[in-house]
Design a binder for this molecule. Structure first.
Ligand SMILES: [Zn+2]
Length: 597
């Protein structure tokens, strides 16, 4: 029995041209070699298994070849090339920083750097997983990296660029390796299969490529694994069995059944899935993926997002044309919702079955029948605003309904209560929007009509947003002074300190200002503060109430570094005091004073 060599090793590219999916990098490197513009240190970063170490080795081999051919590929004949091919070259040193990350390891390496190469021009040092080096090892390495001898080249490889200290980064030429595309991976697998005399189907290779997530090494190992399991005939069936993947056939059938509203079939197919050992979440996620593929196939521009064999694409295209885009949107939404709630459900099987029923129900619903906001039955009650005349009016619900169909219930997660923006759900459904205001005459006597309904309030709370078509908003727009604003602002900050000291302190640091058209501008050190929706909406509500003006909006800015801060905490006040009167510092030191907290 001859020795089995894993494909990832056997088919490791030996020249730049063989490297898959990194053309930008290989051609840059080749150009640098051609123009003799090679940097001394390189950083190869990117996900695992995409060819970083391979490229490093090819680079080492190429720059040491004494007889480069016209395409700048190594000759494979000269002494250097031969020693590289047999892994016996003295000009390449590989250090795996994951296991050799101490200062001593680096010192050993630095020692070696001093010795010039005996054969060939360059010594190449490859440090893999360089982010694993300890800080002291990094520092020990820094000097060598700063002034390396002309014959030394360093190639640092890492999957986590953000962990490399800036002093190292700034001394390296950085190459970002990309994930290898599904197409490229599948093609390469085909090449390997052909060489190994393994028959395959395109679908099988695509699935392996997809599962490898851009890493060729993973793809080749999976390939080996399945070949050893299923022999020299690699079929789609053997791949999905081996990788525990749900057959797309299920999803084609499920989608057909949904479209035909064939509930019996839906439940039966799902039963089959469960009996084959897949769990419900796996299934609903797979279904969502399938629906996404159908959606992607609808538009010629997005077809490129679809990774499948040409044959399978035709099937997707056919099913896609049977589905309306709206149907796909709704179906995806349902899948997503049930996926999110899956963990919380007690009867997981039933949970998915309900999802399937909901999916089957989509095509049964006319566009806008869902009316879950209860009809408002209480009598309209006239109210007046401050000015005694109506500024905004509201339609009493005793009127015939045709004018204002109940709006569709929107998704609970859309908006925070105080957000002034139009709810997104409504913008996308113009047909559901009810007339915003009624003519004044209809309310009579310039009086504003308001309806009060517990059910409605409950719905508002439940939906997490207010519907401005339903609620009359009285405009209160009293002018206020800077002084009033500051007082209100400080009161809020004090009051809010207990709830969120960091938020309150951040707001209190700077003085707010009155801008144009009810805008209050305030400064924060970081805009993250202004993303605190709860805090900001509490502040806004408070200001509206305190300043008797409900038109106020807030805008956050980040101040220049030079701008003076307002002393807020006791410590800051103390520091400010010392700045102004240095003697205070003396006093503090002499009596060993501390600020009381
Ligand atoms: Zn050579």
């Amino acid at each position: 029995m001859d020795n089995f060599i894993v494909s990832a090793r056997k088919y490791r590219p030996a020249t730049f041209r063989q490297v898959v999916g990194q053309q930008a990098i290989t051609s840059t490197l080749q150009n640098a070699i051609k123009n003799n513009h090679l940097a001394q240190a390189f950083l190869f970063t990117g996900p695992r298994g995409v060819g970083k170490t391979t490229c490093a080795r090819i680079l080492a081999k190429t720059i040491n070849c004494t007889n480069l051919n016209a395409d700048l590929e190594p000759c494979d004949q000269c002494e250097s090339c031969r020693s590289f091919n047999t892994n016996s070259s003295f000009n390449i040193h590989e250090l795996d920083a994951a296991s050799n990350n101490s200062v001593d390891d680096i010192r050993n390496l630095v020692e070696q750097v001093r010795i010039p190469p005996q054969v060939g021009k360059y010594k190449v040092y490859i440090i893999d997983e360089v982010h694993m080096l300890s800080t002291s090892a990094f520092n020990a390495f820094l000097k060598t990296l700063e002034e390396p001898p002309a014959y030394a080249k360093f190639i640092l490889a890492t999957t986590e660029k953000h962990k490399i200290i800036p002093t190292i980064l700034s001394r390296c030429q950085i190459f970002d390796f990309r994930r290898i595309t599904v197409e490229d991976t599948a093609n390469y697998l085909q090449y390997v299969a052909d060489n190994e005399h393994i028959t395959t189907d395109a679908e099988a290779l695509h699935i392996i490529a997809q599962k490898s997530d851009g890493a060729m090494r993973d793809a080749l190992s999976t390939f080996d694994q399945i070949v050893s399991y299923s022999g020299n005939n690699l079929t789609y069936k053997s791949v999905i069995e081996n990788l525990n993947i749900l057959d797309y056939e299920y999803f084609f059938r499920i989608t057909d059944s949904i479209l035909q509203r064939n509930i019996t079939d839906l439940l039966l197919v799902f039963n089959e899935v469960i009996e084959n050992g897949f769990d419900g979440q796996h299934f609903i996620m797979g279904l969502a993926e399938h629906l996404r593929s159908l959606l992607v196939m609808k538009n010629p521009e997005t077809i490129q997002l679809m990774h499948a064999s040409e044959q399978l694409k035709v099937r997707y295209k056919n099913q896609s044309s049977a589905c309306h885009q709206d149907f796909l949107f709704k179906a995806l939404d349902i899948c997503n919702q049930y996926d999110l709630k899956y963990k919380a459900s007690n009867n997981k099987r039933l949970h998915i079955e309900i999802a399937l029923l909901a999916l089957a129900d989509i095509n049964n619903q006319p566009a806008q029948v869902k009316a879950s906001v209860a009809p408002l039955t209480s009598k309209p009650e006239p109210i007046k605003n401050d000015a005694g005349e109506s500024k905004s009016t509201y339609q009493p619900v005793t009127k015939p309904v045709e004018k204002a169909p109940p709006p569709p219930v929107s998704k609970p997660e859309t908006q925070t209560p105080s957000s002034p923006a139009t709810p997104a759900a409504e913008r996308t459904k113009p047909e559901a929007a009810s007339p915003r205001k009624m003519p004044e005459s209809e309310t009579g006597n310039g009086k504003v009509m308001r309806n009060i309904s517990i059910k409605k309030s409950m719905d508002l709370i439940k939906n997490g947003k207010e519907n401005d078509d339903q609620k009359p908003v009285e405009v209160i727009d009293n002018p206020f002074t800077q002084q009033q604003l500051e007082t209100a602002w400080n009161t809020f900050c004090r009051a809010y300190e207990e709830k969120s000291p960091s938020f309150a302190n951040a707001l209190a640091k700077y003085v707010p200002a009155i801008g144009d058209k009810h805008v209050i501008t305030y400064k924060v050190d970081s805009l993250i503060i202004s993303k605190d929706t709860l805090g900001i909406s509490s502040l806004l509500e408070f200001l509206k109430k305190e300043l008797h003006n409900n038109q106020i909006t807030l805008t956050a800015t980040v101040p220049d570094k030079t701008e003076p801060k307002k002393a807020y905490t006791d410590r800051e006040k103390m520091e400010r005091l010392i700045e102004k009167y240095p003697a205070v510092q003396k006093l503090k030191d002499q009596f060993n004073l501390e600020i009381g907290f």
